[in-house]
Design a protein around this ligand. Structure first.
Ligand SMILES: [Zn+2]
Length: 140
């Protein structure tokens, strides 16, 4: 039986260009169209944005790799780009923490206010009810 070859993306070439060339292209294209393991969060979520630029869909880290493959066999870790998530991430997390604390304070304050207003509303309703009951009892 003939050996089964996984043509994958090179099916588009049909019978042209020969098996060897198509095998090479298939292996390259499999690598840069698929997902790779992220060096920061370890999820298999790294996609190629364009030649040499890779981004993790999970943690949004963007880094420079090779044009068609994620990492070279010699260089194990990809080079971080200046606009990388990690440097920004810390600032971002700090900002988030600050915003969270502020919102917590605001929520606590508004809760107190709403409790006060609710009490007032209940008091008003009670007064209303009493006022509404009085004429009815007189009529009855
Ligand atoms: Zn990641």
């Amino acid at each position: 039986m003939a050996k089964k070859v996984n043509l994958g993306s090179t099916k588009r070439f049909g019978p042209r260009y020969g098996r060897r060339n198509k095998d090479k292209i298939a292996s390259l294209e499999n690598e840069h169209r698929g997902r790779s393991k992220c060096p920061y969060c370890n999820y298999v979520k790294v996609r190629r944005l364009s030649r040499g630029i890779w981004q993790c869909e999970k943690c949004n880290a963007k880094f420079a790799g090779r044009a068609y493959t994620f990492t070279s066999p010699k260089k194990s870790s990809p080079v971080l780009m200046k606009s990388d998530a990690n440097s920004k991430k810390d600032d971002f997390e700090k900002e988030l923490m600050e915003i969270e604390e502020e919102t917590k304070k605001e929520i606590a304050e508004t809760e107190q206010e709403t409790v006060e207003t609710e009490e007032k509303v209940i008091e008003k309703e009670e007064i209303h009810n009493e006022l509404a009951k009085e004429p009815k009892t007189e009529v009855a």
